[in-house]
Design a protein around this ligand. Structure first.
Ligand code: NAD
Length: 430
């Protein structure tokens, strides 16, 4: 089926991407680099101004990337009227959780409302934001069809989950296969043709629900396997077993095993959030729990408290109390080599330590300011001096810039939550 492109409307823009964040901006660069005309649409004046002035606020893009995009004609706007000119519209807005832990589709509904207001016949609309299965068909489609245009007949609709991995230097948008599910097979063809212009491999699913669920399976799989090793870390410590050595040994099996490593908890906008979209949907629709996810959530969310207890236990063994002790947190981002602290387990950990009266400092080569519940945690500039001063140093994130063995050499006590330090008398593993 070929869709008719609307009458006399100016349709000169290949793609308008809604939401210029960690997902939308790299996509814009890829599309722009392939020669497509790209407009970014964002409700944040800071984001709009920053990008138009050539400043990147996303780890994976340098200011020089934005300059190159601007040179190619890219710009960002908050004027939703630009949607009328788009041949394709891709939605990359946040899908957070509400205060009670339920999916919060408000930002998505707001973005889709703008699309619906300006939707032209022949437009391809793609949702990339992570969400529960059924969202594209049951939430988005009715909103888009409210003006009289019909999906699959007058415009195309598809879901294509974003798989961006911030900080990953091997896999970016171009060489990571892109999953695409169309509302109809023709919608899927249109979305496949769009992405094939700048992505090496496009993988089709049966429909939008399967594409939505594929993303949730990927993240739930990670969430559960991280919880598995996090739970093991606790009893391995008690059994005096070096779990990292165990994982290294198990990893030599050339089939049937994938290594996951313990840590101080999970962070970012995917692992702690996406599986909840699925478990909430299962519970709300079917009335029963998704037990694996709920258990993984419980274990991973309890890790910051476990790390705090391990800090307290170690200080106790050294004849000190947590209250009044100087605790230096090393690496407060949610993953290595990026500056993003969203949902970082360092936040609940610092909160618990502060509540217990510890003097908390942090060092992170990529983070200038770190606050917890409105309280600024002092940042140390001279990390070598601070390592020696602290009663205990806690490695939370193993940034490439860290020489962990050099750090442990000058520390009094060192708790390594990443299992990377050489085993020494003053080093404790998680
Ligand atoms: N960050 C990741 O690593 C990652 C990876 C895979 C999938 N995702 C998913 O992608 C989606 C986007 O995540 P992100 O990390 O890019 O978010 P982000 O917070 O980095 O960026 C979202 C942008 O959307 C803008 N925005 C919000 N509502 C808007 C609206 N109604 N109209 C226009 N702009 C609007 C915000 O101002 C912000 O600039 C989420 O569903 C997330 O779960 C994120």
């Amino acid at each position: 089926m070929t869709l008719e492109v609307g009458g006399n409307v100016d349709r000169s823009v290949d793609v308008v991407i809604i939401g210029m964040g960690y997902v939308g901006l790299p996509l814009a660069r890829e599309a722009s680099g392939a020669g497509l005309s790209v407009i970014g649409l964002d409700i944040s004046p800071e984001v709009v101004d920053g990008l138009n002035q050539g400043r990147s606020h996303v780890d994976d893009l340098a200011d020089s990337d934005i300059a190159e995009m601007l040179r190619r004609g890219f710009f960002t706007t908050s004027d939703a009227g630009k949607l009328r000119r788009a041949r394709t519209i891709v939605i990359c807005v946040p899908t957070p959780l509400s205060k009670d832990g339920a999916p919060d589709l408000d930002p998505l509904r707001r973005a889709v409302g703008s699309v619906a207001e300006h939707l032209q016949p022949g437009t391809l609309v793609i949702l990339e934001s992570t969400t529960y299965p059924g969202t594209t068909d049951e939430e988005i489609r009715p909103m888009l069809e409210a003006g009289g245009l019909v999906a699959g007949r007058d415009f195309c609709l598809a879901f294509s989950p974003e798989r961006i991995d911030p900080g990953n230097q091997t896999f970016g948008p171009k060489n990571t296969p892109k999953v695409v599910g169309g509302y109809t097979s023709a919608c899927g063809d249109a979305a496949e043709a769009f992405y094939s212009q700048f992505i090496d491999v496009v993988v089709r699913t049966k429909g939008t629900r399967e594409a939505e669920m594929a993303k949730l399976l990927e993240n739930t799989y990670r969430h559960i396997n991280i919880a598995l090793v996090n739970e093991m870390a606790r009893f391995c410590h008690e059994l005096d077993v070096d779990l990292w050595d165990v994982i290294a040994a198990a990893s030599t099996k050339p089939f049937g095993f994938q290594a996951f490593r313990p840590g101080p908890g999970v962070g970012g906008h995917c692992i702690p959030i996406d599986p909840n979209y699925l478990s909430h949907r299962v519970r709300a629709r079917l009335g029963y729990p998704f037990r694996f996810v709920e258990l993984a959530e419980e274990i991973n969310a309890s890790m910051p408290r476990y790390v705090a207890r391990r800090i307290q236990d170690q200080l106790n063994l050294d004849g000190r109390s947590l209250r009044g002790s100087l605790v230096l947190l090393l690496g407060v981002t949610y993953k290595p080599d990026i500056a993003d602290t969203r949902e970082s387990p360092a936040i609940p950990l610092a909160k618990i330590l502060l509540q217990q009266g510890a003097a908390v400092r942090f060092h992170d080569p990529l983070v200038k300011q770190f606050s917890v519940s409105g309280v600024d945690i002092p940042r140390v500039d001279d990390v070598d001096l601070s390592l020696a001063e602290a009663d205990i140093c806690v490695l939370l994130q193993n940034h490439r810039q860290y020489d962990v063995d050099a750090m442990t050499a000058v520390s009094q006590r060192f708790l390594d939550t990443r299992g990377v330090a050489h085993r020494a008398a003053n080093v404790q593993l998680l």
